[in-house]
Design a protein around this ligand. Structure first.
Ligand code: UGA
Length: 454
């Protein structure tokens, strides 16, 4: 990835910006807006989080965010608060970046967005124009609800605002990098004035600012995420097929990725399917949006089915090797986060796999470079040991299972580490290791759809 010289990239038109929500989208966004030279106030209803942030400690891990926030706090260009009025009354732009968790039927829960919009309406100044922007992933048409909720909050006061959409494309773990190096910024509004004010926040970046109407902007976010989830699912199915026909999925991915119409990114297969708080939720939500509008989005139905089955295919492979009763067996696990470079293990397929293996009687020793704390909250302590050092998950275990694509996992000295295992058996759900090297070293290695060529 390219190095960024952060201090060279500044806005020439600083704004007063409020960001509502300090999660994985809100906090990094607030941090970069502040670093770009704006005055930023971040709002959260959770006082503990607000106190933490104001003392320079971050409730989430994301590279560079802590440095940017500390700098903003020191320069008095950033603060966090629970008080909407402090943030909203003088804001030129208010970003709503609260959670939209999936409901049981797969739609997005808009409760927090609606509450935020209502509170914004209560606190807008009467003599100031403000753009109210949804940054959270919201279903098409949400802008109408946001507009109504702001007006309801304003309760008859004459407030001057427009609603806009600025979908977030940043990946967890690379949020700051993506904010500087995004392929595009999408802004949508049915008001030209709002589009102008909003584009000024991003115009110093070397990127395309794509302006469109608000409904299209809302749909672009879902279309992008579900397209990428479909791309991953496609390569996962190619891997399943490679396994049957004796081809190598890494070669196939590299071979098709060279075609610029396809592109090589997001073609890394995973035996346990994609996870996280975005892709599974968004695929479900867009599928549901189709149904609500009398349209069955068939590809997405298949993506959901294939992704759910991946984990069971992987478990089946382990069962065929170790048996279905894992009592008396200890498994070493590398990785619990839903992807590399993050401490987030919410909706991580790795967590689901660990639960299943433990349910089959296995004792677990687990290591993750950043996500052990969040994983412990989900998995508890029964039959599981959390290791500070990766070397310990190799000690006296009956097999090693790799579940997250941390790049450092590629660099371990497997030849010497596997000597500490009861048996040198590795199940690699993330295609991290080279099957040829494993074979040369006498390690029994399983990775679906890989070919040993030597
Ligand atoms: C995703 C999108 O990539 C972002 O553009 C978007 O802003 C974000 O959702 C969001 O809606 O907030 P994120 O969920 O943070 O970002 O992480 P990704 O890097 O996209 O990974 C998602 C899942 O797909 C992970 O489980 C990851 O391991 C898996 N994945 C990703 C693969 O299995 N193969 C790949 O080639 C890429």
């Amino acid at each position: 990835m390219d190095e960024i010289n952060f201090d060279d990239i500044k806005t020439s038109r600083p704004k007063n910006i409020a960001v509502i929500g300090t999660g994985y989208v809100g906090l990094p966004s607030a941090a970069v807006f502040s670093k770009w030279g704006n005055n930023v106030v971040a709002v959260d209803i959770d006082k503990n989080k607000v106190d933490m942030i104001n003392s320079g400690r971050m409730p989430i891990y994301e590279e560079y965010v802590e440095d940017f926030i500390k700098e903003g706090l020191a320069n008095k260009t950033f603060m966090a608060t629970t008080d909407y009025s402090l943030a909203v009354s003088s804001a030129d732009v208010v970003f709503i970046a609260v959670g939209t968790p999936g409901t049981e039927v797969g739609t997005a829960n808009m409760k927090y967005v609606e509450e935020a919009a209502f509170s914004i309406g209560q606190n807008l100044a009467e003599d100031k124009y403000t753009v109210v922007v949804t940054k959270s992933t919201v279903p098409v048409g949400t802008h109408k609800m946001v507009n109504d909720a702001v007006l309801k909050g304003a309760n008859g006061r004459k407030v001057d605002f427009d609603v806009a959409s600025n979908p977030e494309f940043l990946r967890e773990g690379y949020a700051v990098y993506d904010s500087y190096h995004g392929d595009r910024v999408v802004i949508g509004s049915d008001s030209d004035k709002a589009l102008q004010v909003l584009s000024e926040i991003f115009e110093h970046l070397d990127t395309i600012i794509f302006k469109t109407d608000i409904s299209s902007s809302e749909l672009i976010k879902y279309a992008a995420n579900t397209f990428l989830a479909t791309k991953i699912t496609f390569i996962n199915e190619i891997a399943n097929l490679c396994d049957r026909v004796g081809a190598d999925v890494k070669s196939v991915a590299a071979g098709i990725g060279l075609d610029v119409r396809i592109g090589k990114r997001f073609l890394n297969p995973t035996e346990i399917g994609f996870g996280g708080t975005c892709f599974p939720k968004d695929v479900n939500a867009l599928y549901q949006l189709g149904l609500e509008n009398n349209y069955e989005f068939k590809i997405l139905g298949s993506v959901i089915n294939v992704n759910e089955k991946q984990i069971y295919r992987f478990i089946d492979r382990i069962v065929r090797r170790l048996g279905s009763n894992l009592e008396g067996k200890t498994l070493g696990i590398l990785g619990t986060a839903f992807k590399d470079n993050t401490d987030d293990s919410r909706h991580s397929s790795a967590i689901d796999v660990i639960r299943i293996l433990r349910g089959m009687g296995a004792k677990i020793k687990v290591y993750d470079p950043l996500a052990l704390n969040t994983s412990k909250e989900l998995l508890g302590d029964t039959n599981i040991e959390y290791m500070d050092n990766y070397k310990e998950v190799f000690n006296k275990v009956d097999a090693l299972v790799i579940l997250t694509e941390w790049q450092e996992f590629k660099n371990y000295d497997y030849l010497s580490l596997t000597k500490n295992m009861n048996f040198p058996v590795i199940f690699d759900a993330r295609y991290m290791l080279d099957p040829n090297v494993m074979k040369e070293n006498g390690i029994e290695y399983y990775s679906r759809g890989r070919k040993v060529t030597k």
